[in-house]
Design a protein around this ligand. Structure first.
Ligand SMILES: [Zn+2]
Ligand SMILES: [Zn+2]
Length: 248
């Protein structure tokens, strides 16, 4: 976050009460202490998850630390780290950010991420942190990219360049949610591209891709494929909310 914005945020949080993004209680923080404890006890870091795609593992997958799908047909990304499950306590705050444009929820969600994820991810070595882009048409309609609103506020090593301009997305009228998994993978092909201005920066780079929600993984897999086609050596997904069962 910009230092000035940070200072204002600190001043305002002391002057004005905030509504907790989970329970709505007014107090000093965007996430109240009770909700924060509940989230910590439920968050995905407490479970054995597939290192590559973030799904919770079943007993016979524990030894490999990978789910069966990633063992038999590895995706193009290398690691996935998720804060919480999609149907958990943060879903409502994310919907308020995306569909009701409550940017305060973006601040609260990023604070939740910083509180619970930054410790384990602070030593992540990467050259770039890129949000999953919206098409310019969608960006105009919504007014902001929720993944960038979150990514720009999260704490990470200061050598990691955050940049919302490197990855680009073509506009596509079909709604992903209505497609089955196989069709979704096909529909998403060719949807992302690298801004030509940055094409030469990615050779041998390690890149973190930030997404608000990961469902089938098709979007993040296509982004990882495009990044690796452009010379990136390692792709790590950071995801706010993860659906735990792949949709059929
Ligand atoms: Zn609360
Ligand atoms: Zn997996």
């Amino acid at each position: 976050m910009h230092p000035i914005e940070n200072i204002f945020q600190t001043i305002f949080s002391h002057l004005l009460p905030s509504a907790c993004i989970v329970c709505g209680a007014f107090q000093q923080h965007t996430l109240c202490i009770d909700c924060s404890l509940l989230l910590e006890s439920e968050q995905l870091l407490n479970y054995e998850c597939c290192q590559q795609c973030g799904l919770t593992l079943v007993v016979d997958e524990l030894k490999e630390k990978r789910c069966r799908a990633c063992s038999t047909n590895p995706p193009d990304f290398d690691e996935t780290h998720c804060l919480d499950r999609y149907d958990g306590r943060l879903q409502s705050a994310l919907h308020q950010l995306k569909y009701q444009r409550r940017l305060a929820c973006g601040h609260g969600l990023a604070s939740a991420w910083n509180q619970m994820m930054s410790g384990s991810l602070m030593n992540s070595q990467a050259n770039y942190l890129l949000p999953v882009p919206l098409s310019s048409e969608k960006l105009c309609a919504r007014g902001f990219n929720q993944s960038w609103e979150l990514a720009r506020r999260i704490d990470c090593d200061k050598h990691i360049h955050k940049n919302p301009h490197i990855l680009r997305r073509h506009h596509h009228v079909q709604h992903q949610a209505q497609e089955n998994r196989a069709n979704r993978q096909i529909a998403i092909q060719g949807m992302f591209y690298i801004n030509p201005q940055y094409q030469n920066c990615l050779e041998s780079a390690s890149v973190i891709v930030f997404d608000d929600v990961m469902t089938s993984g098709a979007t993040l897999n296509e982004i990882a494929r495009v990044l690796k086609d452009n010379g990136v050596s390692r792709v790590i997904n950071w995801v706010l909310l993860r659906t735990l069962y792949p949709s059929s």
